[in-house]
Write a protein that binds this ligand. Structure first.
Ligand SMILES: [Zn+2]
Length: 77
């Protein structure tokens, strides 16, 4: 059974929730053991996607900026 990691929005408490794929698809709604809040978010996917997106976008903008002469715009002619 896979384990999903959540973080409470209020007290930043980590939750490890064990659930089947079916339970996850049907909508998992774990509650924080510390404050009892249902306002939790899944932790791992957000972190990884944010890092991946920031790295690829910065490298893309730097490579396009280095090519100063495009030959098609007004400043290059
Ligand atoms: Zn909490």
């Amino acid at each position: 059974m896979p384990t999903y990691e959540y973080i409470c929005r209020y007290c930043q408490q980590f939750l490890n929730v064990m659930a089947t794929i079916k339970e996850k698809e049907e909508g998992l709604n774990p509650s924080c053991p510390e404050c009892g809040s249902n306002e939790v978010r899944q932790s791992f996917s957000g972190v990884f996607f944010a890092m991946k997106g920031a790295g690829s976008s910065s490298s893309y903008s730097s490579s396009s900026g280095s090519s100063s002469s495009c030959g098609s715009c007004q400043s290059c002619k």
